[in-house]
Write a protein that binds this ligand. Structure first.
Ligand code: NAD
Length: 484
């Protein structure tokens, strides 16, 4: 039985929970298509109040005057509080997003880990002294930009908020977070954790609003000093244009069409397990999903058989009934996303690709799509070039290493890439030649909060995660002192 979910969730602005100027938004359970709860919907006026509150808090020095270790402890505390409530948060997240319960738990643990990691980094940010001869003392200091605007996608709403908020706060910025329209509810738990961790009013503001209204108002607001965005290329462009108008930096983490290259000596059992994680985790709604498998022609049929067996073995159904990690998959986030993916499958078939398995909607309530594998995919087909953002894999054969790299690099994107081989020379050569922000060898998603993440090409710019992300939130000031 599904647990009860609080019927109405409010925004968090200037240290208080608030209704929305645009009314309420019904949030659906994608596993049933029924309304789960209502979320306060922010308008441009709410966004303005949130930015003003963040600016007041920044200018008060409430975060910047703290010794960094104190700020770091508060950031870490947010994560500890989320973990304490994991049993309460996970079912709500599963019911609003469709993902299996065990995946929601992984997401909450991931969110908590960001607060731990960046909380720990807070006191490691030190400037340097630059020698200018006997008559000068020169040093650099890192200062926060001020108000950080963070626009969050629906595929990992907790983890993405945690990723940007933790780094933003650790570096002393105040933050305004715009949560996604489809699954904003669990960001309410982050707001409660922020308050309990002792952050002053205005340091963190979390509101849900429509992208075209609240999102656009936030990214264009003259009181914002820096923007972090994760989502589609089209919206990324709109954000970059807005940032250009106000002359503020932005980080864009956009989509991908990432490929795994499978050489003849790969461990096939390991590959198949990685394909399960790579394309069926979160029903493939992952920017760094393994959406293409490029396989050496000598093992093509064996690899396809192994992947098809695994895909057919997945138990697909309501995430709330899937508490145990393993071979299962939940609903896609919305009817629109599911229908878009199903339509892309139809188009692939019309262009000549062949279903090895799947490709259809499930004949039951909710937004389910079968785990899908295509063969006979050629590089010019839409399915080989465009992000599906669903549980749809394209398998393509290659005959030489050159061809494999050229295929992998043949899309406009460049988020991640992977290589499956026991030959370290081959793996490192491929890693050098892949146009992608990160390369996985023998394990898709290898790495963690500590490792920098971001795209080449249309996958965006700037890096999230790792030490690299901290520089998005900081500007360097040089102080040169003339001595007598
Ligand atoms: P989107 O880019 O429209 O939405 C992402 C966020 O941006 C949401 O919070 C949304 O409200 C906000 N937004 C929308 N329009 C805005 C605007 N004009 N100004 C400011 N903010 C705005 O993405 P979506 O519609 O949720 O999904 C569509 C596609 O985006 C997906 O199919 C997928 O390809 C891609 N996507 C990628 C990621 C990723 O992690 N890279 C995540 C989600 C979606």
């Amino acid at each position: 039985m599904a647990p009860d979910v609080q019927p109405y969730w409010r925004n968090y602005i200037d240290g208080a929970f608030a209704d929305g100027g645009a009314g309420r938004l019904a949030i659906e359970d994608p596993a049933t298509g029924e309304t789960l709860a209502e979320q306060a919907l922010a308008d441009a006026g709410d966004v303005d109040r949130a930015v003003q509150a963040a600016r007041r808090c920044h200018e008060s020095g409430a975060l910047t005057d703290l010794r960094p270790v104190e700020r770091g402890r508060m950031v870490r505390r947010i994560g500890e509080l989320l973990l304490k409530r994991i049993d309460e948060i996970a079912p709500v997240h599963t019911l609003e997003s469709g993902k299996p319960l065990w995946e929601s738990r992984i997401e909450i643990e991931g969110a908590a880990r960001y607060f731990e990691y960046y909380g720990n980094q807070a006191e490691t940010l030190e400037g340097r002294s630059i020698p200018l001869g006997a008559n000068y003392l020169d040093f650099t200091v890192y200062e926060p930009y001020g108000v950080s605007a963070q626009i969050i996608p629906w595929n990992y709403p907790l983890e993405m908020t945690a990723r940007s908020l933790s780094a933003g706060l650790a570096t002393g910025n105040t933050c305004v977070v715009k949560t996604p329209e489809l699954d904003p509810l669990t960001n309410g738990f982050i707001a409660e954790a922020v308050e309990a961790a002792g952050f002053p009013p205005g340091a963190v503001n979390i509101l849900c609003g429509l992208g075209a209204e609240a999102g656009a108002a936030l990214s264009a607001h003259p009181g914002v000093d820096q923007i972090v965005f994760t989502g589609s290329v089209a919206t990324g462009r709109a954000i970059a244009r807005a940032a250009a108008e106000t002359v503020v930096p932005c980080v864009l983490e956009l989509g991908g069409k990432s490929a795994a290259i499978v050489y003849p000596d790969a461990d096939l059992a390991n590959l198949v397990e990685n394909v399960r994680w790579g394309i069926y985790f979160n029903a493939g709604q992952v920017c760094s999903a393994m959406s293409r498998v490029l396989v050496h022609q000598s093992i093509h049929d064996a690899v396809v058989d192994g992947i098809v067996d695994m895909a057919r073995g997945l138990s697909v159904g309501p995430g709330i009934e899937r508490p145990e990690p393993g071979a299962n998959m939940g609903a896609m986030v919305s009817e629109k996303q599911r229908d878009r993916a199903a339509e892309m499958c139809g188009e692939a078939q019309r262009q000549g690709a062949k279903f090895a398995t799947g490709g259809h909607k499930l004949n039951r309530p909710g937004h389910f799509l079968e785990p899908t594998v295509f063969t006979a995919v050629t590089p010019e087909m839409t399915i080989a070039r465009e992000e599906v953002f669903g549980p749809v894999l394209s398998v393509m054969p290659f005959s030489t290493d050159e061809e494999a790299i050229a295929l992998a690099n043949s899309t406009d994107y460049g988020l991640v890439g992977g290589v499956f081989t026991r030959d370290l020379d081959r793996a490192t050569d491929a890693a050098r030649r892949l146009k992608a922000g990160q390369v996985f060898v023998n394990e898709w998603y290898a790495g963690g909060v500590e490792t920098p993440f971001g795209g080449y090409g249309k996958s965006g710019y700037g890096r999230e995660k790792g030490r690299e992300a901290l520089w998005n939130y900081l500007q360097t000031k040089n102080v040169a002192i003339r001595l007598n």
